[in-house]
Design a protein around this ligand. Structure first.
Ligand code: NAD
Length: 344
């Protein structure tokens, strides 16, 4: 089986090369993202493997279908970058639903601690032999209220970590989980009661700009916001304004609305064209990491393994492991639920 791997970085090449022989897959790595112009690189291949910022819009899906691709293997959990309507009935989409929820939850905790204890400031200071503590006062997490929005795999682990710190854990989810360590409340009360808000829900039409100028007004003055989920859950302009208004106390983001042309690449020495991001980065109470929450050895190994397994199951056995649900018109009488596969 020949697979075109788009947006392949050093760490992808390393982890996928390690498992290629075991699965009998010939991975061809491209450092460019999948676009309508690069889709033809997959000509003659059996599948494409893509990541979070590869844009599988209708135009790209049409092109892939035209050159004979019948499966898109996402090497991530989220699939908001794939036009599922365009794929339905033509191209199967599989993903890695969980590779290490611990990696992401622990990164969210790392961002939170770094921010509220000013570790990022202290680190830079001591490197200059500046041992002053001026401006480094933080606050205890113990006794504070954290609102976890989206209490799935990652949100639940993050809640457990917060519980370990002795925090009062609140949660909001469309589908509450029985084993969530905290109390469920409605979104508005989470917004107004929480000292810290951490986003762990997927990006959907419903969650797009979940934090916007209206909802941000409902939050506590000084609230710390953490987003390791998807950039467009937050209206970046609105949160920037709220920081300027001294309302939002700190912002920690691993994801950003307009990240797709920036993240994963080195633009040091370039002029950043995104004024909103540049302004956010200039703020002392904003921490930006470039979609690295997943980046642990354990997660990379799991991603390579599950993606290869998904591909081989499709290629050898016509089984669609971890196929994304298309929410097609036949959703009520779902074929997938009966036979374990979607269409054909
Ligand atoms: P999950 O599916 O286990 O959990 C998502 C939860 O969100 C579910 O409980 C679901 O019911 C809930 N939800 C859905 N719609 C909602 C809504 N409108 N309001 C509130 N809750 C809603 O997913 P997960 O594995 O915990 O991942 C969460 C998100 O983390 C993913 O969607 C992905 O975007 C992101 N992620 C980021 C990274 C990274 O490197 N930064 C890595 C992996 C995943």
């Amino acid at each position: 089986m020949k697979v075109a791997v788009y947006s392949a970085k050093e760490y992808d090449i390393e982890s996928f090369s390690k498992v290629a022989e075991k699965y009998g897959i010939n991975y061809k790595f491209y450092d460019v993202p999948l676009t309508v112009d690069t889709a033809s690189l997959a000509e003659g291949m059996d599948a494409v493997c893509v990541f979070v910022n590869d844009n599988c819009n209708k135009e790209v899906v049409d092109k892939l279908y035209e050159i004979g691709i019948r499966i898109i293997a996402l090497r991530c959990a989220g699939y908001n970058n794939v036009d599922l309507n365009a794929c339905y009935g033509r191209i199967h989409v599989v993903r890695v639903p969980a590779y290490s929820p611990y990696a992401v939850a622990e990164h969210a905790a790392a961002l939170l601690l770094t921010s509220i204890r000013r570790i990022h400031k202290a680190y830079n200071r001591t490197r200059d032999y500046n041992f002053s503590l001026k401006g480094l006062t933080g606050f205890d997490l113990h006794g504070k209220t954290v609102g976890v929005i989206g209490t799935g795999k990652i949100g639940k682990i993050f809640a457990n970590i917060c519980d370990g710190f002795g925090m009062n854990v609140l949660g909001y989810d469309k589908y509450p989980a029985p084993d969530f360590k905290g109390n469920y409340e409605d979104l508005d009360s989470i917004l107004c009661k929480s000292d810290i808000i951490s986003l762990h829900c997927p990006l959907t039409d419903e969650t797009f700009h979940l934090l916007n100028s209206d909802t941000l007004k409902k939050t506590k003055k000084g609230v710390v916001i953490i987003n390791t989920s998807r950039g467009s859950l937050i209206d970046a302009e609105a949160v920037l304004q709220s920081i300027k208004d001294r309302h939002v106390g700190a912002l920690c983001i691993d994801v950003y609305e307009e990240e797709s042309n920036l993240f994963f690449n080195d633009y040091s020495g370039h002029i950043l064209n995104d004024d909103t991001l540049a302004r956010l980065i200039s703020m002392p109470n904003v921490i930006v990491t470039s979609h690295q929450a997943f980046l642990t050895n354990e997660a990379l190994a799991n991603i390579a393994d599950t993606t290869s397994d998904n591909l081989i199951a499709f290629y050898n056995d016509h089984v669609y492991k971890n196929e994304v649900c298309y929410h097609c018109p036949k959703h009520d009488k779902c074929v997938k639920a009966r036979e374990g596969k979607c269409f054909d």
